[in-house]
Design a protein around this ligand. Structure first.
Ligand code: UDP
Length: 238
């Protein structure tokens, strides 16, 4: 592995939808691509996982029983491929080299996930977008993001959200909510703080992978966090 910093950034699909709440807003796509470009320019190796919640989630698709949960999850995984292809286009429009690797083979559209090949892309400074989650039903893209981060030997996973980080209670409901600069995996699990789902946190804990939660709409913040720890964020670690 190269000596460069390597990170994995996880965005929810909803983030891509912008104000409309559905589908892909090109302005958001472009904004995220610009933030990623800043990282790459500074020789940071970047993997990306994007959720699919802006299009469909298995749980929602199957809630009235017409569609089976497993089929809903297949649809959700396909949604992540749509987002990944869109992100690849946005990154390439800025002159970056990007590859989509899908956990489910879709050879006409993108590469199939091959761990060593993905590592080689990252070594060469290409952005790799990991699509189709883990390839298994009943998982989330949070879990697949942690899994890929561990497999890629990333130094951290960044959960890019719409808030600055983690609070001890909902800051929208409680004026006295306290911002937490750091917390342990066990605290994140015990307090049911919605950093990531429990499976993802447990996998990060098992592999001592720090989870950094930050606001993706605070331009330049991501670079500050990765470069010299000066950005605004909460860190979940041991
Ligand atoms: N999904 C799945 N297996 C995985 C990852 C995702 O079945 O390993 C499905 C699941 O239905 C999920 C959907 O894909 O709801 C979209 O992912 P997610 O809900 O994590 O997206 P986000 O909330 O981050 O936008």
């Amino acid at each position: 592995m190269s000596e460069h910093k390597r990170i994995l950034v996880k965005f929810s699909g909803e983030a891509l939808a912008g104000d409309s709440g559905f589908g892909i807003e090109n302005s958001v796509l472009k904004y995220i691509a610009c933030e990623i470009k800043e990282l790459v320019k500074n020789e940071i190796e970047v993997g990306i996982v994007i959720g699919g919640g802006n299009i469909i989630r298995g749980v929602t698709a199957s809630k009235d029983g017409l569609i089976k949960r497993t089929s809903g999850d297949h649809m959700g995984m396909l949604a992540t491929v749509i987002n990944a292809i869109a992100m690849r286009e946005a990154l390439e429009s800025l002159g970056l080299e990007a590859r989509v690797q899908s956990a489910i083979t879709m050879e006409a559209f993108c590469e199939t996930y091959i761990m060593l090949r993905a590592q080689r892309h990252l070594d060469k400074g290409r952005v790799v977008i990991f699509a189709a989650g883990t390839g298994n039903t009943f998982f989330t893209t949070d879990t697949s993001a942690v899994l890929r981060a561990v497999e890629m030997q990333a130094q951290m996973i960044v959960k890019a959200t719409k808030v600055d980080g983690v609070y001890d209670k909902d800051p929208k409901k409680f004026k006295d909510a306290k911002f937490l600069n750091s917390l342990s995996y066990d605290e994140a699990l015990k307090e049911d703080i919605k950093v990531m789902d429990a499976t993802a946190i447990a996998l990060a804990k098992d592999n001592a992978l720090p989870i950094v939660v930050c606001n993706m709409f605070n331009s330049g913040n991501l670079l500050k966090i990765v470069q010299d720890n000066s950005g605004i964020c909460s860190v979940v670690r041991n």
